[in-house]
Structures are given as C-alpha cells and as structure tokens.
Write a protein that binds this ligand. Sequence first.
Ligand SMILES: Cc1cc2nc3c(=O)[nH]c(=O)nc-3n(C[C@H](O)[C@H](O)[C@H](O)COP(=O)(O)OP(=O)(O)OC[C@H]3O[C@@H](n4cnc5c(N)ncnc54)[C@H](O)[C@@H]3O)c2cc1C
Length: 443
Amino acid sequence: MILSPQLLLAAGAGALAAPAVAGMLAGAKGVEIEEKRAECMWASELPAMPPAIQLEAELKADLAIIGGGYTGLSCAYYAKKLRPDWSVVVLESHRLGSGASSRNSGAVYARYWGLNDDDMPQRGLDRLIRFIEEEGVECDFRPSPTIELYASKRAANRARSAMEEGAKWVPAEELSAGAHTGYYSDAVELPGYNTVHPAKLVVGHATAARRLGAELYENSPVVQVKKGKPAELITPNGTLRADNVLIATNAYTPRLGFLKTAMIPVHQYTYATRKLTDEEINGFGLKRWPLRFERSILPVTTFLTPNGHFCIRIVLGYASFNSCVWRDIDGAQKLAKRMFEQRYPWIADVELEQGWHGVTGHTLRVREVTGPVMGDNIHTAGAFNGLGIMPGHNTGYLSACRICGHPDEDLRHLCGRAAQVPIPGELYRSMIFKPFMKVMTPD
Ligand SMILES: Cc1cc2nc3c(=O)[nH]c(=O)nc-3n(C[C@H](O)[C@H](O)[C@H](O)COP(=O)(O)OP(=O)(O)OC[C@H]3O[C@@H](n4cnc5c(N)ncnc54)[C@H](O)[C@@H]3O)c2cc1C
C-alpha cells in the first residue's frame, strides 16, 4: 500500500512552515506496552505458535534485534548464517509477527517504492523465494492475477498511457462483467504479482531463525535504548547488552524514540467476509482477479485469501503522537463495510466475519529508512510505506550484511536517515494532515 505522492507532498509542504512548534510537540509518549493486540484472521487460521519465553534476566549478545516481524526475524536468520559464532537475540513486545507482518494483504511484488529502475527489487524477490524454498516454508506463495482499478475515466486514461510492459488494458464492460462491480471506470491487469499467507510466512521466518540458533523472546518490550558499546536495551523484566542493535519496529519506531520526524504510522483496517463457497467465488468473479488495487489518494485493496475469504483493506488515517492504537474500531469497521458495499453491492448479503486493525510506517520520500541511527552500532530498518513483505525480508538480509561486515552490491541502495525529508510535528499534523486524510476517506 502506498499513499499517493499528493498526500505526502501536501503533508510535506507545511514542514517548512512550522518546524519549531512542530518539533516541540512531536512524539510526546513512549512505547505502548499496556495495549493488547486483537488477533487477526490470518493468525487465527493457524495453530497457535507455542509462546516464546519472556526476557527475565540480564543477557549479553553480539546482535540484539528489537521487533519480531519479517524484518527482525529475517535479520536474525541471515546474521546467524553469516556469523554462526554470534549470539543473536530478538526481543518482541507482543507475540512474534503480531505487528504488520501478520496483518497485511499478502501481495508480493518485486518493488521497493522509489527504486523502480533498478534490479535490486527483483533480487530481493528472488531472495525471498529462495528462502521459502530452502526452508520449506508452507505459506501458499503463488503468482496471482492482479488488477489496478480506476474510479474515474481520467485516471484510467492516464494509467493507460503509462502502462508497464506486460500490463493489459481492461475496458469498463469487461471489468464489470468479469469482476462484478460497476464502481470503477476501467482497469489495468498487472503482471508479476504473487500472494502469500502472511501469518504462515511469519511462522516460517521464526522457525528458520530458531533453527539456526537465534534466541527469540516474546512479551519483552524494549522501553529504552541506551547508547554505548555495548548498547543497553531495557525491558520491564530484564536487560540486554549488545554490541550491535537493529531496531526493526517499523511503524512503532517513533514511540521508541527514534525517527520521530522521519516517519509516521498510518492506520489501516481490513474486513473479511465469511469463507465463500467455490460457487460464490466463481459467481462473483473473484477467481479471475483475486488481487485488486484501487489507485486513489488513500488506496483501497480488495483480495481473496487462500481459504476463500474476500477482504477489503482501507486507510483510516493518523492518530496523534505517533500512536499505533486506533481507538474507534467500531467506526473503522462500519466505514470498511460501507466502502466494501459501495464497490461490491453483493457484499450486503454476505456475512462479514472478521475485521482487524494494522499500522504501516511511511516517509515523505516514500523510501524506507535503513542504517545507523545512534552511534555506529545501533541501526534501524523500517518504513516500507505499506509494501513491506519482500522489502522487509530483503532489508533484514541487507541489515545483517551491513552489521556483520559482509559485502553486498545492494547495500548502496539502502536509504538512510539523512536522506529523509522531515515530517513536522503534532500541531501541523492536527491542523492539516489529519483533517486532509479524513476528507480523503469517503463516508
Ligand atoms: C493492513 C496492511 C496491509 C498490508 N499489505 C501489504 C501487502 O499486501 N504487501 C506488502 O508487501 N506489504 C503489505 N503491508 C506492509 C507489510 O506488512 C509491512 O511492511 C511489513 O510487515 C513490515 O515488517 P516489519 O517486520 O518491518 O514490521 P512489523 O511486522 O510491524 O514488526 C515490527 C515488530 O516490532 C514489535 N515492536 C514494536 N515496538 C517494540 C518494542 N519497543 N520492543 C520490542 N518489540 C517491539 C512489534 O510488536 C512488531 O511485531 C501491509 C501492512 C498492513 C498493516
């Protein structure tokens, strides 16, 4: 999911207008450790992973990783491959993968936002596929017919004139007959997309990292990072000292005190139908294009899961002080239902079974933030701007390379803290950014 450049530029324009006040107000609160996360459908489809233990001691490690999503677990896996002699420890605040990594829409593509003309995204996708094959990860990874949908003729024509190689134009009549929706003008069929079961991919990452000897701790939120060599990571029940640290907390990073003006968490809501029968799936045209991106300022994704649930994912907006908690879940659910029915009226007659909230990390440059953020031994990797399954895995690998001193040609592509455009603080966000997003989310 990418937020449109218009939105990010609108947000960025004011950055220069009120930096001083904004800086004073930015990121006033810390890690949200007391907040429980409701389970999402993907995780509920798997047998519960046996809980990992909590950090309850004073530990030392060569590499400590904060955050147990794709990025953190991938970094742990590759670091153990590159340096089997190193002790590698992952500290996760809740359950492993309970952040965006098990809450996403499962679309996998060879793209890093902002790096369209380079081969690096394809190498990243090849690396992820190799990992899945070599580790025997059963995660329903498969190519998926995909369309990009346009609500207006104007936007559709613009897209038609800039179609990438292999893309196919889908005119309105073919679209409404094939996809059972009259909501859109036209569409473009996109080549090269795959889908995956996100939670199964998390389990594959955790299993592979553990197999190589990485130690994984859950319910162990890091509430403070003290710089130094070793750096000190404080959790409520124990402390970890580590020579090297990777902060792989993605949208949650500003609450830990890092990247407060480089990235913002953006909230999403996904709502899934009950499991549809094969007859319904065929009848509603879902097999033909199981993955559908609506390109608008706040983009909408609809997708069919491997188990037969049809889902909508919408953008909710920004919550004050970089919070990763969305208070009005009932409102989010109602909005998602309304938007689902607008696009596919037949949804009104189908039970919507499960909804879940998630949060993604965004930057104004629409590039990830990877590299040192405190001294030269505390690194970060995150802000994948909503497209982070492959980039999370691959950036985990590249972070392991950088930290372990292993050369890789793609290290030069990583976009660091210094290259980001500052995002102003709360005053600006409340005056312009939040209202703008609200207006852009249709009622
Ligand atoms: C609704 C939704 C749909 C998406 N759809 C797609 C898609 O179709 N395709 C795609 O490529 N990407 C998609 N994404 C984005 C993708 O899921 C993320 O970019 C990716 O999962 C990022 O992985 P990560 O490991 O960097 O972050 P996360 O999975 O968010 O992991 C960060 C972890 O850090 C932990 N943490 C936070 N703070 C602390 C702390 N203080 N101490 C210890 N641990 C902490 C969190 O609990 C979390 O588990 C979507 C995201 C969402 C929310």
